[in-house]
Design a protein around this ligand. Sequence first.
Ligand code: DAH
Length: 340
Amino acid sequence: MNSKISELRTKALSVIEQAADLAAIEKARVDLLGKKGELSAIMKMMGELSPDERKELGALANQLRSDMEQALEQKKSVLAAAALEQQLKAEQLDVTVPGNPLLTGAQHPLHKVLDEIKEIFIGMGYEIVDGPEVEYDKYNFEMLNIPRDHPARDTQDTFYVTENVLLRTQTSPMQVRTMLKGKLPIRIIAPGRVYRADEVDATHSPVFHQVEGMVIDKGVTMGDLKATLEVFAKRLYGENTVARFRPSHFPFTEPSAEMDVTCFRCGGKGCSLCKGEGWIELLGCGMIHPKVLRDCGIDPEVYSGWALGMGLERVVMNKYQIDDLRLFYENDLRFLTQFN
Ligand code: DAH
C-alpha cells in the first residue's frame, strides 16, 4: 500500500508536470482525484487494513491528495496565463494602421438638382405630382392643342405603343391630368421621364427628364409668371441672376415665351459656356391657351393660368458645366462622385 501511494505520487506529479494545456490538466484532475480515479481506488482499500496501518497510510493518502491538488492548481494557473498571453498576441491590433475607407453612395446630379428645384417650388406653396410615362395620345398631344396634323408633332419623334397610346414626349400631359381632376386653384410641378426617338449624342437621348409647372387661379397674369420664374432663377442660380423673356410659340400657351438667365459663370459678360452670349436658355413657358382650359373643363372667362416646361438635363449641364449628356446615364463613378 505504501509503495502504491508513492508510485501514484511519482506518476501524478509527472502527469501534471507534462500537461500541455488546460484540457490536459482537467483530464489529469479527473484521472487522479475523481471518483473513479486512482486515489479513490487506494482509499477503498483502506477498509481492509488494521486501525494502525489505516491511520498511518490514511495520513499519507490525504497528504498525497492535497499535494496533487496543489500541483494541479499551480500548473493550471501557469497554463491559463500562457493561454491568455497567446490569445492576446493573436488578437493584437495595430491601431495606427489606416482603416479601409467606406464607399458611401452619392446623389446622382440629376436627382440632386431636381431636389433643389422641388424645394424651391415647395417653398412657394406648390405640390409635386406624378403621372404615367405610358400616356394617351389624347393627353400628350390632342388636349394640349396639338391635333394629328399639327406640325409640332414632327419635332417630337414619338414612340407609339398603339395608335392611341405612346411614351410621353413631354411632361405637359400632366397639365391635362391635373386639370381634369377638377380641383381649383392649381399650383403644381410635375417632374418625370420623357421619351423621344432621337439618336444618342452629346445633347440628345431617347430618354430624358422634364419638369412641368402649372398655376391656375382667378386673375393669374403674365406678371405672375415672370415674377415667379425670376424668383425661381435666382434661387437656383444665385441672387445676381437676371432673367429675360423672349417671345416663342407652343401650341398650348398663348402668349408663349422662352426664359433665358444670365450666364452664371461670366455673369452675362460672355464666355465659352454661354458661347459669348451672356445668356443661357432655361425653360419654355406661357399663359395656358383658353382652348386647353376649356377642353379640360375650366372656364377661361373665370380662370387663367400659366405653365412652364424645362429640360432637367440641360439645367444640370449648365449648372455643373457638363458638356456631354451621355455622362448622366453611364454610371461612371469617376463622374458621379464629383457632386457630393
Ligand atoms: N412641353 C414643351 C416641350 O417639351 C415645353 C413647355 C413649354 C412646357 C412651355 C410648358 C410650357 O408647360 O408652358 O418642348
